[in-house]
Design a binder for this molecule. Structure first.
Ligand SMILES: Cc1cc2nc3c(=O)[nH]c(=O)nc-3n(C[C@H](O)[C@H](O)[C@H](O)COP(=O)(O)O)c2cc1C
Length: 376
């Protein structure tokens, strides 16, 4: 299958592995790229030195193109861009809003740039800055999400910009790929589906919790870090959701204390990170008001101190599940699609099956046009 995306990225299949902190490192990224899709290293949870190592390891595991996902608001974003350019990484994608000067530096070096968007306005803005493609993520998706469903967001964004649109949020099979192409996208990106592969490094105990989830098994909560975050519904998340303000504060502080110990952070350092995050969140809330995916506005009355503590600990919470294999203690970002997934194929098997099913779907639709058969 040839689309504007396969041409742009030099990949065999229009399938991108979405960036996932603590999940999409060299092993998953290289397995995806070796299977003909685009694998991506999520760098937000890595230091610069760790990213350097991850790029080397990924390049050692695959000769195919792969990408690095980064945050434009990271204090060392410019150094990360220099690293990506210096190491000749073919693709750079931005989690959240990019910055024009970073895009310009990457493009000048011949790196393909991709921005994440949650609304048409956002897509138009980054297209004008010169990004080569956008990933548009609907509200079904895992992690930080907006409220517009994929089925409405993709046709709107695809009609608004001339660059390839990669559809994300809820994709897991060949039927979804065909639907995305019909809406005007040039391919799909998937997070939860790639987390649930045998190539993903997530501990098996945690994968089993995802596999057991039903379609009602996720919840979008602001109680973790102040912005809407789709996660698996667990006892801890339920407690956070149910408690009133005072209760939430107490529980947050109690959880923060537990996870502070698990993460080895000093209170001073945790509060410093919490303050920085609170300021960052308030700035983002103001900047992104009404922009969709991340533009969910300022959290009501700002964040409570309990939330600040939790927010500082969000990486620790994610790590507790994704790396330490403690679904009881940790936080598990997840798309609603977890409710439809019940196997753990390799990336090669997954991508081959998606492409075969998409081929069958396209044939069936073509057959409808020729013969006028009714759809089944
Ligand atoms: C476990 C997990 C971790 C994630 N971590 C990140 C991240 O670090 N940065 C980011 O921009 N998006 C992150 N996301 C969001 C994904 O990049 C992507 O938008 C989402 O998974 C797409 O929806 P899907 O899960 O329905 O495929 C994460 C998603 C999941 C499921």
């Amino acid at each position: 299958m040839r689309t504007a995306l396969t041409g742009l990225l030099g990949i065999r299949h229009p399938i991108v592995q979405a960036a996932m902190g603590y999940v999409s490192g060299p092993r998953l990224a290289a397995a995806t790229s070796n299977a003909g899709g685009l694998g991506q290293i999520a760098s937000a949870t890595m230091s610069l030195a760790e990213l350097d190592d991850a790029i080397s390891e990924t390049a050692g595991r695959t000769a195919a193109p792969f990408g690095v996902n980064l945050r434009a608001d990271a204090p060392d974003a410019a150094e990360r861009v220099r690293l990506i350019v210096g190491r000749r990484v073919p693709v750079a994608s931005f989690a959240q809003a990019p910055k024009p000067e970073l895009i310009a530096a990457l493009k000048e070096a011949g790196v393909v740039t991709i921005a994440s968007v949650g609304a048409r306005r956002h897509a138009e803005k980054v297209a004008a800055w010169g990004v080569d493609a956008v990933i548009a993520t609907g509200g079904e998706g895992g992690g930080h999400v907006g409220a517009v469903p994929t089925s409405l967001l993709i046709p709107q964004v695809a009609a608004a910009v001339d660059i390839p649109v990669i559809a994300a949020g809820g994709f897991f099979d060949g039927r979804g790929l065909v639907a995305a192409l019909a809406w005007g996208a040039a391919g799909v990106a998937m997070g939860t589906r790639f987390l649930l592969t045998s190539d993903s490094p997530v501990p098996d105990a945690v994968k089993q919790v995802y596999l057991a989830a039903g379609l009602d098994g996720t919840v979008v909560t602001r109680r973790v870090d102040g912005v809407p975050h789709r996660v698996l519904r667990t006892t801890m998340v339920d407690h956070l959701e149910r408690g009133g303000r005072a209760g939430a504060l107490l529980r947050s502080a109690r959880n923060a204390a537990r996870f502070r110990a698990a993460g080895g952070l000093s209170w001073r350092e945790m509060v410093r990170q919490g303050r920085a995050l609170r300021q960052g969140t308030e700035r983002q809330g103001t900047q992104r008001h009404g922009t969709g995916r991340h533009g969910t506005g300022r959290p009501d009355g700002g964040l409570s101190w309990g939330q600040v503590l939790m927010a500082a600990n969000t990486p620790v919470l994610l790590r507790a599940a994704m790396v330490d294999g403690r679904p009881d203690l940790g936080l598990m970002s997840s798309g609603q699609v977890a409710g439809l997934i019940d196997d753990l194929p390799s990336c090669a098997e997954l991508i081959a099956e998606i492409m075969a099913e998409a081929g069958r779907g396209l044939d069936r639709l073509e057959g409808l046009r020729k013969t006028g058969n009714q759809p089944r």
